[in-house]
Ligand binder design. Structure first.
Ligand code: GLC
Length: 450
């Protein structure tokens, strides 16, 4: 009897495991919305905006003492924090998601965490959880919710740092942890906070940072990823969980070669992530629009950063840039959202996009073209070519090549009227008769001439 019971239990556990595996979403399924998102807004909001200094790093580089850095909390008021307006603005701009620094390397939590007293409810005049209203506001606008979480915590007493720091243990109450090593305590702490974030906010995306300070084994990266998926089966994770991320995260320097797989490029508008009023080195709108175009033309998303002020308002220069990008996106909405990565190098001098069904090629002009626009290596017959945004149709002519030998030659396209060129980036739509067929050859003799 006992034997039969044991067999039954084993069979039950086995079938349970098979079921669990069947229902588990694949990485591709979890990444589905992300691959089409195109634009996200990164939000670096924290104490550092009070003095207008570097986020967390100013402490690391000993430009400010730990004590003075933390004193900034006294002026972190969030008094004009209107997450609904943030979310409406992001939506209007065309973003599909946002990522908020719930805890940067400095260890200050923007939510009301049970696991450390270093949180904005206990330490700042804001006196409340700031993450919940952000999550609600984004969800109300149909935007996906991203939470940034620094794996390293430069305030945690069990996490070693390279700058002088007073005893911080009172901020990190630890009960019944006598038998754990300092590192085990730290990992348990991170795990607790992440479980708290997952259960309270059910994020769509985790944006980890700071993984470079330790190894994958030290972070227990693999089991952390398993836990995140167990708490929230749909969540996606950026690449800063050592090798356990779902998509890659190049930063500040736009990739020159297309990254493989899903990816997202994050970039500041000036030279700093947080609010830094003396940093006026803002990128011109033209550069932001071009960057966006280059990123989506290579199949990525742009995660464009803003650094709200300690009171929760967004600096004018940043709003202006978001709105200008938004206007551009609105004008070219069809091309932006109905597309995927464009042609490989060699066909057109500039970025391109391809409609999802591959019957349209979108040529992106950064500069005013001269003489004619040329497009090479397209085997298909072309139906029509027009300038998006004003519908000017453009004449075109196929020149050269040897179609009977499958060598397509070039398409010489008339240039748009000056007045139809966009001040940032103009998009030309090339409509094909059928699904794109590319010529990728390097040329050969035309063996049979007409
Ligand atoms: C870097 C910086 C960090 C910033 C992040 C955003 O990792 O260390 O301060 O938040 O980039 O991508």
């Amino acid at each position: 009897m006992k034997g039969i019971n044991t067999v039954l239990i084993i069979l039950f556990l086995f079938s349970y495991q098979i079921n669990a595996q069947e229902t588990k979403l694949t990485k591709e399924e979890r990444l589905e919305w992300f691959k089409d998102a195109k634009l996200g807004i990164f939000i670096h909001w924290g104490y550092y905006g009070v003095k207008g200094i570097g986020e967390s790093w100013s402490m690391y580089h000993k430009r400010i003492s730990y004590e003075d850095y933390m004193l900034q909390g006294k002026e972190f008021t969030a008094e004009n924090y209107k997450p609904d307006e943030w979310a409406k603005l992001f939506k209007k701009v065309g973003a599909r998601y946002a990522v908020l620094t719930t805890k940067h390397h400095d260890g200050v939590a923007l939510w009301d965490t049970k696991f450390s007293k270093l949180n904005v409810r206990e330490k700042t005049p804001a006196k409340k959880d700031l993450v919940q209203p952000y999550v609600t506001a984004l969800r109300n606008e149909g935007l996906k919710v991203g939470l940034y979480y620094s794996l390293c915590d430069w305030s945690h007493p069990d996490y070693e740092v390279v700058f002088p720091r007073p005893d911080t243990r009172k901020n990190y109450p630890q009960k019944n942890q006598k038998f754990l090593s300092p590192w085990q305590r730290f990992i348990k702490f991170n795990n607790n906070q992440l479980k708290e974030l997952s259960t309270n906010f059910n994020p769509d995306l985790y944006w980890f940072d700071g993984d470079w300070e330790k190894s994958s084994e030290q972070w227990r990266a693999e089991s952390l990823k398993d836990s995140l998926l167990a708490w929230n089966p749909k969540v996606i994770v950026n690449s800063r969980l050592k090798t356990h991320g779902d998509y890659s995260t190049p930063e500040q320097g736009i990739p020159v070669v297309r990254p493989e797989g899903a990816w997202e490029f994050c970039m500041t508008m000036n030279d700093n992530w947080g609010y830094y009023p003396t940093d006026t080195n803002y990128k011109p709108i033209s550069q932001i629009v071009r960057t966006f175009v280059e990123v989506i033309a290579s199949g990525g998303n742009l995660l464009l950063n803003i650094g709200p002020k300690p009171d929760g308002t967004i600096a004018e220069e940043q709003v202006e840039r978001l709105e200008a990008l938004g206007e551009w996106i609105k004008k070219y909405e069809t091309a932006v959202f109905n597309s995927k990565a464009g042609l490989p190098y060699g066909h057109f001098y500039g970025p391109t996009l391809l409609s999802k069904d591959e019957t349209k090629i979108y040529l992106c002009l950064f500069d005013a073209p001269k003489n004619y626009i040329s497009l090479k290596g397209i085997q298909n017959k072309v139906k029509s070519i027009k300038v998006l945004g004003n519908n000017q149709t453009l004449n075109f002519e196929r020149n050269g090549g040897a179609a009977w030998n499958n060598i397509p030659g070039i398409l010489r396209i008339e240039i748009p009227n000056q007045k139809n060129l966009d001040k940032y980036v103009t998009i030309i739509e090339v409509e094909l008769q059928d699904e794109l067929k590319l010529y990728r050859g390097h040329g050969n003799a035309v063996e049979l001439n007409q």
